[in-house]
Design a protein around this ligand. Sequence first.
Ligand code: CDP
Length: 220
Amino acid sequence: MKIAVDGPAGAGKSTIARLVARHLGLRYVDTGAMYRAVTLAALRQGVDMSDEDALLRVATSMDLNIVFQGEKGNVIYLDGEDVTALIREPDVTAHVSTVSTHKKVRDFIVALQDQIGKQGSVVMDGRDIGTVVMPDADWKIFLQATVEERAKRRQREMERRGVQVDMGDMQEQIRKRDYLDSTRENSPLKKAVDAIEIDTTSLDVAEVVQKVLDLVQGEA
Ligand code: CDP
């Protein structure tokens, strides 16, 4: 079974997708982590974020290894180094939406995701999974929540990692990323016509997971 989970930043995609995959015994692939890994490598090499060809060179020359670890989600290795935590740092987050607007970078990353999709059952989360990466998915879920709620979740997530953030700044960042992700020319964040939308604003994680499981197990 193939399940696509899309939605904007902070809508809960990765948490929900990981738990649903665990319940169903499927692989889980965090596609945002792939764009984040390219961004981290580009920052380290001092590459200009508007230089599409240089970014493509970064993407094609890096050794990216995604290890599926049920409980922990995806562990990401970049050239042999575990960068799972590093790719969530604010500097990477601030640049990832610019890196992912570039068509050549997307085509390269989408081809990798396509190969993973072809290996069989999977839950994949991202922005364009139901529309571009797995248009043939059995289920397409689109998670939504208000900007205020998404910013609150991100703030809590950052605080758990010991980083204090201003709520206003967080909302601003999320709005900016929503804008870049949904207006870009290449595979923008968009709900697939056959996706089922779940507004998670007033739902907790367990409730959203249950809704998705009810759907895919035919009890909704
Ligand atoms: O977890 P969060 O929503 O903050 O972001 P993410 O899923 O790690 O994705 C980070 C960024 O990568 C997004 O804001 C998009 O710009 C880009 N992305 C994308 O373009 N296509 C995907 N399938 C996944 C992520």
